[in-house]
Design a protein around this ligand. Structure first.
Ligand code: HSE
Length: 339
């Protein structure tokens, strides 16, 4: 039987979602694609659990929730983390879900490049390395002849990168405009529909596990700007980095501004625009009832194409299992290509 040995790096909301998704779907994957997924190592920021015979996904989640660290995993827990784990374990594929770091892109950048050097495929939900060094990372994957997939980095479970590349492969993409951050959409929706306060809804989004580890990345538009860069590079062929995006967040949007807009039939949304002339994230007025009128953690994007006209996609833009679903789909596509 074929086997795919997996390392999960990062064991917060997304990392735990990956373990959950694997546990729920590994039997289906085995039956349908003839490959047994085996989680051989999981690392959080300072500890890990390692077992070449495979770890129990549910137990990993239980241990992390109850003990706060993976070193408590019976017999397999230890104090190794990061790059050291990649050196210590025999594996085939890295699922990288460490927190996004927009300053240095670490630890995602080093982990990813190291895995490529080791000839391993990588699936990521991380945005930092893609937003600052997109072409460098893609080139490194190509040079090492490995697969690198990052659907989950934009829009969580909303299909956009693979969808546009594969299903819209006959089309040129002129622009993409949409809502690419679940946390701010959740905050703005709650402020609009229930008059909830900015601070309370921000705290709620942290409790729901949808906000970034540092939530200023969400509310200041940084997260949406990273996604803008990823779409610009991957779908429009624009060689952009984070510094090329004009960014304004939602932290100065008041309840009064939201009420005023509402009276005139408008909503305030954090909109990202990706085109050859414009890479921009900013709060904008959109018509109530338009395709931008999506609530909660939903994301949406209208893809303007040359042949097919406008195509709009929508889906849950954040969340543990939702984001993990996109990563597992990327894993399956690697299995189909390579195994
Ligand atoms: N914090 C992000 C969001 C998570 O709210 O959209 C998904 O990238």
């Amino acid at each position: 039987m074929k086997e795919c040995k997996i390392i999960i790096m990062g064991f917060g909301s997304v990392g735990q979602g990956i373990a959950n998704a694997i546990s729920l779907k590994k039997e289906m994957i085995n039956e349908k694609y003839g490959v047994q997924l085996k989680v051989v190592a999981v690392a959080d920021s300072s500890t890990s659990a390692i077992c070449q015979d495979g770890l129990d996904e549910k137990l990993l989640i239980d241990i992390k929730k109850s003990e706060g660290k993976l070193s408590a995993y019976p017999d397999c827990g230890n104090n190794m983390s990061g790059i050291d784990v990649l050196d210590a374990v025999e594996y085939d594929l890295l699922m990288e879900a460490t927190p996004t770091n927009i300053e240095t892109a670490e630890p995602a950048l080093s982990l990813t490049l190291k895995a490529f050097e080791q000839g391993k495929d990588v699936v990521t939900s991380n945005k930092g390395h893609l937003a600052i060094k997109f072409s460098e990372v893609i080139q490194a994957a190509e040079e090492n002849g490995v697969e690198f997939k990052y659907e989950a980095s934009v829009g969580g479970a909303m299909p956009i990168i693979n969808f546009t590349r594969e299903t819209l492969s006959s089309c040129g993409i002129k622009s993409i405009i949409g809502i690419l951050n679940g946390t701010t959409n959740y905050i703005l929706s709650r402020m609009t529909s229930e008059g909830s306060s900015y601070d309370i809804t921000l705290r709620e989004s942290q409790e729901l596990g949808i906000a970034e580890t540092d939530p200023t990345q969400d509310v200041e538009g940084i997260d949406a700007a990273c996604k803008t860069v990823i779409l610009a590079n991957s779908l429009l062929g624009i060689d952009a980095t984070y510094d090329d995006v004009t960014v304004e967040g939602i932290s100065s949007i008041t309840s009064q501004a939201i009420d005023l807009a509402k009276k005139d039939g408008y909503l305030i949304k954090l909109i990202a625009e990706v085109s050859q002339d414009n890479l921009k994230v900013s709060p904008r007025l959109v018509k109530k009832g338009s395709s931008y009128d999506v609530n909660g953690t939903l994301n949406m994007a209208t893809i303007k194409t040359d042949l097919a006209g406008d195509i709009t996609v929508m889906g849950l833009g954040a969340g543990s299992l939702e984001t993990a679903s996109a990563m597992l789909t990327d894993v399956i596509s690697i299995l189909k290509n390579k195994y």
